[in-house]
Design a protein around this ligand. Sequence first.
Ligand code: NAP
Length: 309
Amino acid sequence: MSETVYDVVIIGGGPAGQTAGLYCSRARLNTLLIERMILGGQVMITTDVENYPGFPGGITGPELMERFQTHCQEFGLQVTNGDVQTIIDEGNIKRLKVDDKEILARAVIIATGAEPRKLGIAGEKELTGRGVSYCATCDGAFFRNVPVAINGGGDTAVEEAMFLSRFASKVYLIHRRDQLRAVSLLQERLQANDKIEVIWNSTVQSCEGDNSGLTHLILENTLTKKQSKLETQGLFVAVGVTPKTQFLEGVVELDDSGYIITDTQCQTSVPGIFAAGDVRQSVLKQIATAVGDGATAASVVEKYLAENE
Ligand code: NAP
């Protein structure tokens, strides 16, 4: 019996992967999307999405992803669960090692996205799940009427601080500089929220706890180098993301931060392997840009397959 060779295998089921899946299935390509956990990617842990066009008033992340999934099903996209270990390039065939089996494809679209960056400080790992969290949407409600801290100064940190202020008695936003990176609209909302206090020019040096979990943080002022103690049972880390490309070392060209380098057509350094969404080196990482990438990658794959019959 001959092995199935898919026209295209998409790795990752966030907005980029699902959009690529929708376009490829609609183009009648034999398409398989491989997802490690659940479809939706980082959007699944986003409370409100208010800058994705077509949804005035906003939509929750999980609701938006459910719509993406329903839309993909309309075109018969095949989805399977699996953890891709590596991709072996054999020219017109790409051999994917997925758990303990192999999947063959003529073209691959990598859309594995990114995951929250760790601080890499003492106590962080040990107290993860016991006070230290990377997802306010998931864990925020555990911190009712107690003070919590959030570390970071980007859009995620500010959005999560606002979300946490619904539950917590007080939210300390710890930022390493004296200026936030988040967009102005979010900064305005932050200023108007009297439950949030920004601790400027400060980094978290360590997470301290006991058997019950996190008890306090040691902060350091970046200007004076003075250390202080902040009592809190919750630390939300929102210091950016790192691309999920560990399995691609030596497969496609990556930049110094681990993002996949592509041309404007989402083509990686290997012909027939494409990348879309947050995993790709790009200037903007939004749902809208991930969707654009997914559509671009799919249409370029269609041309690539036609030229490499
Ligand atoms: P980000 O924009 O990269 O911001 C990371 C923040 O963490 C920065 O303020 C950075 O400080 C700080 N930081 C980084 N490493 C640190 C460390 N080791 N210790 C302390 N602080 C550290 O990350 P993000 O907020 O997760 O956003 C990621 C992308 O998603 C962005 O492109 C963002 O625009 C997008 N996003 C968009 C929305 C939206 O449109 N609604 C929502 C969420 C995220 P510095 O400022 O000093 O560098």
